[in-house]
Write a protein that binds this ligand. Structure first.
Ligand code: ATP
Ligand code: LTN
Length: 328
């Protein structure tokens, strides 16, 4: 079984795009590999400053990961800051990567340019070194990431190869894999843009925590077009096609069959709203349950942290020994 690691930052609320495009695949993939899922709160610290926010977002996201169906007995779900080896190995990674290499990272260039005159932390610059530690600590063979993260996996490989060359074979060289393609969900108000938590208004975004009434209302107001024929055409009919795609995954009915079934936009909208509300109801119920039982949520996170730490501690020890740090 391949060792697989994927990480997610606790920034913002989980929406239908995250669920259908990514989290559902995490759940269905948990039995196919030895999977580790990290909630990387320390990475989010590069952009979050308000006291308490990061912890609250971390617990919300953790509750959501269990609510969508990650099984703590099968997948190792942990919080990065609960496993101190991440920052410990992070320093060693910083000493193994060069200033020049970090300067070439497009994510750093983009994010620091966006912040302009704002505070640009050194952490934003050394971010890929901590990410390399996340990956190498678990001897991960596969790291499913989108295109935007490929450069960070490349630099992780370079760091691992350099370390192994300097100090002897220590780290498994990971590779980026393209995650199983999930549905691409578009914003209900701006169906040519993807549903995204960084959109300014949330009228077109379905959060997994929205009530059935809110979900139905958002679908009723979904933007379509004026020619009133139900047909699947992503380019010319993005709104209607988005609804068909969503209804198809929510009900398991192929798009072609739905096109036959519907002749009016109104009915398509209300049915899609009800199907999504129904699909999300058990998820929201489990989420509420965990949010109301912080003891249980921390118990689940401790299971993950304990399991992660066993692996992480042994890898860190291996790295210390390879370097030849003085034994204590
Ligand atoms: P941002 O708006 O800040 O880019 P986001 O809402 O797009 O955030 P990410 O945290 O970047 O979400 O992505 C988490 C996961 O969800 C990724 O695997 C990403 O591919 C997937 N994802 C995000 N939005 C969508 C979407 N609209 N449709 C399908 N998958 C999505
Ligand atoms: N940089 C990633 C999040 C991330 C990650 C990782 C992904 C941090 N550590 C390790 C895969 C493996 C992002 O911004 N999505």
């Amino acid at each position: 079984m391949a060792r697989v690691l994927s990480c997610i930052q606790p920034t913002g609320q989980v929406h239908l795009g995250n669920y259908l495009g990514a989290l559902r695949n995490w759940v269905s993939g948990q039995h196919a590999g030895d999977v580790f899922h990290g909630i990387v709160d320390l990475h989010a610290l590069t952009v979050t400053e308000t006291p308490g926010t990061l912890g609250a977002n971390t617990l919300d996201l953790a509750a959501m990961l269990f609510a969508v169906g990650l099984d703590p007995e099968v997948a190792t779900v942990f919080v990065q800051s609960h496993v101190p080896q991440h920052t410990q190995l992070g320093w060693i990674m910083e000493c193994t990567v060069s200033f020049g290499e970090l300067s070439r990272m497009t994510q750093f260039k983009d994010k620091s340019a966006k912040k302009e005159a704002d505070f640009v932390s050194a952490g934003l610059f050394t971010y890929p070194a901590l990410q390399a530690a996340d990956i190498l600590l678990y001897d991960a063979q596969e790291v499913p990431v989108g295109d935007d993260q490929r450069q960070h996996i490349e630099i992780t490989r370079d760091i691992a190869i350099r370390f192994n060359h300097r100090f002897g074979d220590t780290f498994v060289i990971p590779k980026a894999v393209t995650p199983a393609a999930g549905a691409r969900v578009m914003d209900l108000q701006h169906p040519t843009n993807k549903m995204s938590k960084s959109t300014e208004t949330d009228a077109g975004i379905i959060y997994l925590t929205d009530s059935p009434a809110e979900i139905e209302k958002k679908f009723k107001r979904a933007v379509t077009d004026s020619d009133n024929t139900v047909a699947y055409d992503r380019e010319n009919k993005p709104g209607v096609s988005n609804l068909l795609d969503i209804l198809s995954v929510a009900t398991g009915t192929p798009v072609a069959a739905l096109v036959e079934q519907y002749s009016q936009y109104g009915k398509l909208k209300t049915d899609t709203g009800s199907a999504v509300a129904e699909m999300l109801t058990p998820i929201r119920a489990r989420y509420e349950e965990l949010k109301n039982d912080p003891g249980e949520l921390s118990r689940l996170l401790r299971i993950g942290a304990d399991r992660a730490q066993v692996v992480a501690a042994s890898t860190l020890e291996r790295a210390y020994r390879a370097i030849g740090l003085a034994p204590r």
